[in-house]
Design a protein around this ligand. Sequence first.
Ligand code: AMP
Ligand code: MN
Ligand code: MN
Ligand code: MN
Length: 290
Amino acid sequence: MSGLALDGLLNIDLHTHSNCSDGVLTPGELVARAAAAGVSVLALTDHDTMTGLAEAQQRAAGLGVRFVPGVEISASWRAQAIHVVGLWIDPADRSLCSALESQGERRRERMRKICAHLAKLGLPGVALLAAVEANPGLPTRAHLANAMVAAGLVSRPDQAFRKYLAAGKPAHFASEWPALAEVVQWIRAAGGVAVLAHPSRYALSAGARRRLLTDFSTAGGAALEVVTGGNGAQHVEAGTALALQHGLMGSVGSDFHDPAHTWNPLGRYLKLPDCVTPVWRSYITKAATP
Ligand code: AMP
Ligand code: MN
Ligand code: MN
Ligand code: MN
């Protein structure tokens, strides 16, 4: 079967989260939900951790879902936090495991700092930290925003970001994530493909976005997430143009976290425009050939 015909049959989702980071489903539940929704190729890409991959892989094998081992790594580029999705990484790669151990420690330390700062602002920082740490996953600001909702401090998670946690707000800490080029190297060294996640979500001018893409591609980045869950047609168009201009392949992913988030469900067909080379092309056709 040709790649194109094959693409038409596949429902592909290469960006999702489980409760090993800030998603709400266990890795097994996530895979089962994806299978029920008709997803045929699924990547689990938790923030800075691969702890859910073994469980997800096992569940996927039982359900006939093609599983792609992934991770979404926090990086910094010109003082801006950038997310790089690594796909087809080797979860046993020693260097990547050790790099992600450091990322985990960085996340735990950052959460302690943010909560200490919230306490200085008169909020219940100790209780909020305890609530975040009670989650099974590696701590993220999403856990903290949820804890602030549960404590009645804000009415919705995005309000916690707008009031306290987002860049420029009182409890924001400039990220100390490793440089973008270093993160791309971790992924490549672990046999993976580096994808720049949700390009429209960064607060960058058009010129800065182009420089980001140039630097990403120079560092060995291979693809751009052209279709992201919840994004409109204008974002897909802009992502397509950027991918073509920078010679990058295209990826698609819902960025699913929670069944209650109706704007980015699993299993909604995420269509990559035909003019962009799919990041999965060589992997899926290879796997499909007996
Ligand atoms: P972190 O990686 O710890 O900085 O946390 C970022 C995570 O918080 C993202 O992956 C989203 O899941 C979530 N997030 C970021 N911005 C918002 C927002 N404005 N409203 C709700 N959730 C958000
Ligand atoms: Mn998240
Ligand atoms: Mn992200
Ligand atoms: Mn994500």
